[in-house]
Design a protein around this ligand. Structure first.
Ligand code: HEM
Length: 365
């Protein structure tokens, strides 16, 4: 038994129907352009630094080992895929921010979080056969900034042009944008583009909640997955402004300082879709109503105190691992255009890193 609260399903989940996915004729072309643009970012940063970084989410702020415990009292609808039976499995966590350059943390941008669960059973996704991992790749948001791959390509092309350009200018721009963003937020709005350019509030990354933003299969249903801090020492950090002083790696320092002394716990929560119109698959920009379908807890992640950043972890997790929504079980197949085009881009990015860093990337067993 574990001490997590009993979960009860208050909604009737909608069964996934293949007709919910609609592939535009030009998707393959968009997908190739996305991968080419991301590769150009990697080439630029590789030429500068001699190290192949991820084409986006290049900078990691914490690399952690922990364990995930699947609740043993789940209703049948929630017992799917990686969560189909009570179990405790090893998990790796990588916290990041979204640019493809390694910037001063004062250029404050949206945050990413990727987890890799080791030891799941079941039929595997294409390209992921023979492995035993399940990745969930998340952002601290509940919907994607762009509705479609094509819309995202337009934004990415703009961001790609800023790769490598005048880091000092980005820092100054970020400070201005944070002010503009907080004005927009005080008026009840939010701008994904401003946040991506450095307008994200300078908060502690460990206080953030993350979600897959876009849907995945959940057995016969479809859903979004979230990771939410629940231990008191983590929730105390939510929304907390962190003063980085002059440290360009202020977020990493904050994560390291926390995990020297503290452990941390998060819950993994599932939001099952109940309505294809209100919870669409092909429009990634729609935030699904939590009134119509609240997130329910399916598992807990526990991380003990540990060094959150050291050479061994940089080699083993940052360089020798790739996190992708396409590493995992068919029961959690990524859904919708944004998810479909991620597959070749993530493969391109991890292949580039493996070949240019002379560091094979393998799934842990
Ligand atoms: C068209 C849409 C997208 C494309 C083309 C794309 C592409 C990529 C690529 C190429 C990487 C680097 C992978 C590697 O080298 O291992 C990456 C990493 C990442 N992406 Fe995406 N992405 C997209 C959408 C998203 C969305 C919707 C999310 C959040 C839910 C997300 C979150 C992340 C995170 C957190 C990482 C870092 C993973 C890690 O820690 O290794 N991306 N993305």
């Amino acid at each position: 038994m574990n001490d997590l609260p009993q979960t009860r399903l208050a909604v009737t989940p909608l069964r996934f129907d293949p007709a919910f996915e609609q592939i535009p004729d030009d998707e393959a072309h968009t997908s190739k352009e996305l991968a080419d643009t991301l590769r150009s970012i990697m080439e630029t940063t590789f030429n500068d630094s001699g190290h192949a970084n991820r084409s986006v989410h290049a900078k990691a702020h914490g690399l952690l080992r922990g364990q995930v415990t699947v609740l043993d009292n789940l209703p049948a609808e929630l017992r799917q895929g990686a969560f189909s039976k009570p179990a405790t499995m090893p998990v790796f966590l990588r916290f990041s921010t979204n640019p493809g350059d390694i910037l001063d943390d004062k250029v404050s941008t949206p945050r990413g979080q990727a987890i890799k669960i080791v030891g799941v059973d079941g039929p595997r996704l294409p390209g992921s056969e023979g492995d035993v991992t399940q990745d969930f790749v998340m952002q601290n948001a509940k919907a994607f900034t762009s509705a479609t791959p094509k819309a995202f390509l337009a934004t990415l092309k703009l961001l790609a042009k800023t790769t490598d350009k005048a880091p000092g200018l980005k820092k100054a721009l970020s400070a201005v944008l944070r002010g503009v963003e907080s004005t927009i937020e005080s008026m009840g709005g939010e701008s994904g583009t401003l946040k991506s350019l450095g307008g994200h509030p300078q908060t502690h990354i460990l206080g953030e909640s993350f979600s897959t933003v876009v849907p995945i299969l959940y057995g016969p249903y479809y859903a979004k997955l979230a990771m939410v801090p629940v231990s008191a020492s983590l929730t105390a950090l939510t929304g907390l402004h962190v003063d980085f002083a002059d440290n360009p790696d202020g977020l990493r320092a904050a994560v390291t300082e926390y995990f020297i002394q503290h452990s941390g716990s998060w819950e993994l929560r599932i939001q099952l879709a109940t309505d294809i119109e209100k919870m669409p698959i092909e429009d990634a920009s729609v935030q699904w109503s939590e009134e119509l379908s609240p997130y329910v807890t399916v598992a807990r992640i526990d991380v003990d105190a540990q060094p959150a950043w050291d050479d061994e972890k940089v080699r083993a997790i940052d360089d020798a691992m790739a996190f992708s929504p396409w590493h995992g079980l068919q029961a959690h197949r990524p859904l919708g255009g944004v998810m479909r085009v991620r597959k070749p881009s993530y493969e391109m990015s991890s292949d580039f890193r493996a070949s240019h860093n002379g560091c094979p990337i393998r799934e842990p067993r």
